[in-house]
Design a protein around this ligand. Structure first.
Ligand code: GRF
Length: 196
């Protein structure tokens, strides 16, 4: 079977992108073909290059227009897109083209703490401000409604008294590092098997 070709979109540090690249290196059925960022100076681009993965920078206007990004994905025969810390709205044309083939990582337990403005540390700040006693991560398909696509998996962590944004962020990163690659792998392999 031909390997499933994965593109990762990321805007920042890229710890999740790097983790995915490591996980799928030498994988028999899945490969990461490129990393795309909407930020020219995003650390993720250099990290991916260091790991011999192709990288592309597309400024926000080009992303918003959909065609350049869609063309890039088609040109590289991308089967799946993973949004790993990608902080920009995905154009609806791309979502339609990659229906049930685009997976997002959200650093909270959706449907709570999702939607407009809920990204990066804003999410953790809101969770802490509300005195929640737990948070977690949600891995979900992307649909036309921001943060409302079908949930694939959620993982929880406890928020202890005295935990602030920094402590919560560490717990969330631990969950992301532990679970994102395996959930992506299982989802892709399950969907591909279903098609046979
Ligand atoms: C992660 O917490 C992710 O869930 C959120 O942004 C962060 C990105 O981290 N959407 P990194 O760029 O993968 O290090």
């Amino acid at each position: 079977m031909q390997k499933q070709r994965v593109a990762i979109f990321a805007s920042g540090t890229g710890s999740n992108a790097v983790n995915l690249i490591h996980y799928f290196k030498n994988h028999s059925e899945i490969e990461v073909v490129f990393v795309m960022s909407n930020k020219e100076d995003a650390k993720v681009l250099q990290s991916a290059k260091n790991l011999d993965v192709a990288t592309f920078f597309l400024p926000n206007q080009q992303v918003a227009n959909a065609e350049p990004l869609l063309d890039l994905c088609k040109e590289h025969q991308v089967d799946w897109i993973i949004l790993a810390g990608y902080l920009r709205l995905i154009p609806s044309k791309l979502i339609t083209f990659y229906q049930d083939k685009m997976i997002n990582l959200h650093p909270a337990l959706l449907p709570n703490y999702g939607g407009k403005g809920m990204y990066g540390s804003n999410v953790h700040k809101a969770v802490i401000a509300n005195n929640e006693n737990e948070s977690g991560i949600t891995i979900h398909f992307v649909n036309q409604e921001f943060d409302k696509g079908r949930i694939i998996a959620q993982f929880r962590c406890e928020i202890k008294e005295g935990d602030g944004v920094i402590e919560l962020e560490q717990k969330i990163r631990y969950l992301e590092q532990s679970y994102l690659p395996i959930v992506v792998e299982k989802t892709i392999l399950r969907e591909e098997k279903r098609k046979l």
